[in-house]
Design a protein around this ligand. Structure first.
Ligand SMILES: Cc1ncc(COP(=O)(O)O)c(C=O)c1O
Length: 342
């Protein structure tokens, strides 16, 4: 059989030869002392990309999100986000466990957010109810099938946050994909948020690393929170070098991943299993009307040499990324067509 085509996640990217070379030759120092030149350069570069004053390198997207949430929401106060958000689905209760943060969610609608619904949920300061301190959105939306929140919606949400006097956070693990899909400059996104987390280790192909982005004052506090959470690293410039390489070489090529995801979507669409229109590199499958449930589909696909993710009993996901080429998409499309039509 040909090699397995692994469509489970874009976190499966491996560093390229050029990236490994950049890592091997990176200048490093002790980052807890603030003395790693490659990390300092990466932080300055990412802050500038989003038009913010500062950024902080963190070991994972989850830690970057949780540092940001702790910056914005004091213990006992409230975060609003959607019911499918990564911060309340996959971060193992970290906002509550580490930040004492109370989270309340609007119904899962992926990237299709109604700002009025969010505005109606905000609770004012005072001792009668838990006060809302921040709203978080996810761009692109993972469980929402890689959907892109339109810039106009984000601007309305900024307005909602300003009127309510609360902060706006972006889980921008895949903000690069939104930038490429909608052509919105990163700086346009940046100006809408108080804090952002952005990942280097997904579509961009670095092995490790995310950044928290915000004001100089926030990032100073973020450094303390990161240290408290055990995220202070030493000669991690080796990792930052991979991130800098990824930013220089792997952003524009995301359009290739999007085109390949569209090809996969085209292959499975005739079986009535596409959950949402495919905008970026994620293809969400809704199997409620199909004979196979998600586990059965994943098992059958594996038999045919294709690995996919099970996100729920009748929900599965296919992901394209650096390392999934046109041949792999052809192989996967043929296999999935066979499995879905059986
Ligand atoms: C939308 C989103 N945010 C945050 C993360 C967390 O990243 P990490 O796995 O690096 O903690 C992920 C991971 O897939 C994600 O999809």
């Amino acid at each position: 059989m040909a090699d397995l085509v692994d469509l489970r996640s874009d976190t499966l990217t491996r560093p390229t030869a050029g990236m490994r070379e950049a890592m091997a030759t990176a200048e490093v120092g002790d980052d807890v002392y603030g003395e790693d030149p490659t990390i300092n350069a990466l932080e300055a570069e990412v802050a500038a990309l989003f038009g913010h004053e500062a950024a902080l390198f963190a070991p994972s997207g989850s830690m970057a999100n949780q540092i940001a949430l702790q910056l914005l929401v004091p213990p006992g106060d409230e975060l609003l986000c959607d019911a499918d958000a990564h911060v309340v689905t996959y971060e193992i209760g970290a906002a509550a466990a580490y930040g004492g943060i109370s989270s309340r969610t609007w119904p899962a609608v992926g990237a299709d957010i109604d700002p009025e619904t969010v505005a109606g949920m905000v609770r004012a300061d005072g001792y009668f109810a838990v006060p809302t301190r921040a709203i978080a959105v996810e761009q692109t939306h993972n469980r929402g099938g890689g959907g892109v929140i339109p810039l106009a919606t984000l601007r309305e949400l900024r307005g909602v946050a300003d009127v309510a006097g609360v902060a706006l956070h972006c889980d921008g693990a895949r903000i690069w994909h939104a930038h490429v899909a909608d052509g919105v400059p990163l700086i346009e996104y940046g100006r809408l948020f108080d804090t952002m987390s952005v990942c280097l280790s997904k579509g961009l192909g670095a092995p490790v690393g995310s950044l928290v982005v915000g004001s100089a004052e926030k990032i100073e506090r973020a450094r303390m929170i990161r240290k408290r959470m055990g995220g202070g690293m030493r000669q991690a410039g080796i990792l930052a070098a991979a991130g800098r390489y990824a930013l220089a070489h792997h952003v524009d090529r995301l359009s290739e991943d999007h085109a390949r995801a569209a090809r996969l979507a085209e292959a499975v669409a005739p079986f009535g299993v596409l959950a949402t229109a495919v905008r970026t590199n994620l293809v969400l499958l809704d199997l409620t009307k199909h004979a196979l449930d998600a586990r059965a589909l994943a098992a059958a696909a594996r038999e045919q040499g294709v690995l996919i993710s099970v996100l729920g009993p009748r929900t599965a996901r296919l992901v394209t990324y650096l390392g999934i080429d046109d041949d792999a998409v052809t192989q996967a499309s043929t296999a999935l067509t066979r499995v879905l039509s059986a």
